[in-house]
Write a protein that binds this ligand. Sequence first.
Ligand code: CMX
Length: 133
Amino acid sequence: MKPTHIEHIGIAVTSIEEARKYYEDVLGLECYSIEEVVDQKVKTAFFKIGQTKIELLEATSPESAVAKFIEKNGPGIHHIAYAVEDVNVALKEAEEKGISLIDKAGRSGAEGLTIGFLHPKTTGKVLTEFCSK
Ligand code: CMX
């Protein structure tokens, strides 16, 4: 499954409108896309740095994983996403190596990518995502 690069880092925020100021005004990055991912109950804002992206995540419902995360921890780094050739192959390989899957199979994520999450309890407490085109 060898990941090729970090596809994005997901950062939980209470308000994209507030949080984006740091990325734009201080780091000088450009927000090139704002997209709601209905399935995940989040609004996302993307900034590109080389091959990698920063994904700001704002909950659109109190039931969202991001809302629960912020309630428990406050805003901050939420997950790391690795680019892999095929999410389904990567999920299967991880499971065979004893990792607990959140997603048994790839599903649709932001930017038209196929995504799948691994449970943080078996990844050293880091919520981990695989992404493929
Ligand atoms: N990073 C690390 N650990 C996390 C975490 C995160 N982002 N979110 C939850 N956890 C930990 C909790 O701290 C808790 O650990 P302890 O048992 O040691 O206390 C454990 O996971 C269970 O957490 P919980 O608050 O009870 O939450 P749930 O079990 O209901 O859900 C999780 C946790 C990871 C299964 C859920 O958040 C999930 O399915 N996430 C994947 C989907 C997602 O995050 N979508 C939003 C982003 C979508 C996108 O990028 O498009």
